[in-house]
Design a protein around this ligand. Structure first.
Ligand code: FES
Length: 183
């Protein structure tokens, strides 16, 4: 059976509400799963979630805006995040950043035209002593050198990155990261 995108979102949210419940505490889990499946939380999805949890859409929007692992615009298949931790060597971090932009052909904050990559900067990843640190989807790479960036991107292009393509959930400050649905 064919479902429009909106119908699919409604079905997904209904299923997630059945799994996580209608309490306000279910909000983060539902948003994470919608993000993981649809690579973003659309305005329509926010409205549906707000309606089903009986909360104001503004509250849902503010949660989506607050957390780095949620986005209201579609993210790439691989979300590559470079930690901006001030304890990491600026020179090394800058070299990795330049190499990432060169290899991907996009700047930080952008998504590639083919939808494969998004490039972001993130704050604390909790690894001050192991920088530079890159997170690719949920996977952490520490002590990354500019030389290593090419191989990392090649793994993504070849889809050989373990757990990569399907695991678009990003961890981050306040990541609830607990329950999983079967979406
Ligand atoms: S402050 Fe350095 S990784 Fe958190």
């Amino acid at each position: 059976m064919f479902f429009t995108e909106r119908q699919q979102i409604e079905r997904d949210v209904e299923m997630l509400v059945a799994v996580y419940g209608r309490e306000r505490s279910a909000l983060i889990s539902i948003l994470q799963d919608i993000q993981r499946k649809h690579r973003h939380v659309s305005e329509y999805a926010m409205q549906v979630i707000a309606h089903m949890l009986d909360i104001h859409p503004v509250e849902v929007y503010s949660v989506v805006s607050f957390y780095q692992f949620l986005s209201d615009t579609p993210a790439g298949r691989y979300v590559i995040s470079l930690s901006d931790c001030i304890a990491h060597s600026k020179a090394q971090k800058d070299a990795v950043a330049r190499q990432l932009e060169t290899e991907l052909g996009i700047r930080f904050g952008e998504t590639s035209a083919d939808g494969r990559f998004s490039l972001k900067r993130v704050g604390c990843i909790g690894m001050c002593d192991q920088g530079p640190v890159i997170r690719v989807n949920g996977r952490i790479y520490s002590e990354v050198s500019a030389d290593r960036v090419g191989a990392l991107i090649s793994d993504c292009v070849a889809d050989t990155l373990p757990g990569g393509a399907c695991d678009i959930r990003e961890s981050g400050p306040g990541d609830a990261g607990s329950g999983e649905s079967s979406l």
